[in-house]
Write a protein that binds this ligand. Structure first.
Ligand SMILES: Nc1ncnc2c1ncn2[C@@H]1O[C@H](COP(=O)(O)OP(=O)(O)OP(=O)(O)O)[C@@H](O)[C@H]1O
Ligand SMILES: [Mg+2]
Length: 259
């Protein structure tokens, strides 16, 4: 892939819920290997935007185009349901805030990881199990737990399992909605460290929604700041957090507890 071609191109995107604005006037490009954070207060439209970008929600206006593996730039609105589902199972990952939304709680940890590989055509039981075991180790889950169900896991373990399930197919683009938001502060740091290492090892492109600027600082190269459904500021993460231009960003930055 040419470094000049964005992975995702968004133009004049809007999503309305009846008369209410979910998000509007959104244009952005995501480049291969880039981690983009979407920040803003509750209700600013972060989840709405992420849902439109990941084809989980149909925009009211505008376009989202994705650079497919075959090199074609496709408008997500024109994908067939089968194409959309294939993207979601293979080229894309989605890490939910609540691991239960991204895992099958009643099947084993190993099967949760192996299932995604089966979706891309792997059938050999021994190899599936071996790959699942490798991925559990990568996310620091004891291999002895491979046959346990996620319902028997702690919150942090569930989130690490969800990450393994998403990354096992080597997606090119991973969407994350508050991936550490539901975890204890002590557990958050470990999951964040793990995410940062995996994103860098695998060269992933990521769009991460967070209201936690410390998470954005740790993981992202670029930030967009949303307020009332619109982007009010955008730039390199260090610039936005160290020298915020928009009064709303200044307020967000000023409200970070000193650590
Ligand atoms: N399904 C829905 N039906 C109607 N309005 C919705 C729906 N989902 C979101 N909204 C509205 O769209 C706006 C943006 O909501 P959204 O969930 O995208 O915000 P958010 O930034 O993700 O907030 P939070 O940080 O609390 O998760 C809000 O005004 C919200 O009330
Ligand atoms: Mg949200």
């Amino acid at each position: 892939m040419s470094a000049q071609t964005p992975l995702l191109t968004v133009r004049d995107l809007a999503k309305h819920y009846g008369g209410r604005i979910g998000c509007t006037d959104i244009s952005l490009d995501l480049w291969p290997g880039e981690v983009l954070a979407i920040v803003g207060e509750s209700g600013s439209g972060k989840t709405t935007l992420l849902s439109c970008l990941s084809a989980r929600l149909e925009p009211s206006a505008g376009s989202v185009r994705y650079h497919m593996r075959d090199g074609e730039m496709r408008n997500l609105a024109t994908l067939t349901e089968a194409e959309r589902r294939l993207l979601m199972r293979t080229d894309w990952g989605f890490v939910h805030q609540n691991p239960a939304d991204g895992l099958r709680m009643r099947v084993s940890a190993g099967a949760n990881v192996g299932e995604r590989l089966m979706a891309v055509g792997q059938r050999h039981y021994g190899r599936l199990r071996e790959a699942a075991g490798d991925w559990l180790a990568r996310v620091e889950i004891d291999a002895a737990r491979i046959d346990d169900r996620p319902s028997e896991f702690s919150g942090g373990m569930r989130q690490r399992l969800q990450i393994a399930r998403n990354l096992v197919t080597h997606p090119r683009l991973v969407f994350m909605d508050e991936p550490t938001g539901g975890l204890d502060v002590s557990v958050q740091a470990r999951v964040l460290d793990l995410l940062r290492a995996l994103v860098s090892d695998l060269g992933l492109s990521v769009i991460i929604v967070t209201h936690d600027l410390a998470v954005a600082r740790l993981l992202s190269q670029r930030i967009i700041v949303m307020k009332a459904g619109r982007i009010v500021e955008e730039g390199l993460t260090d610039r936005v957090l160290d020298d915020p231009h928009h009064p709303y960003t200044q307020l967000l930055v000023a409200s970070i507890p000193e650590s």
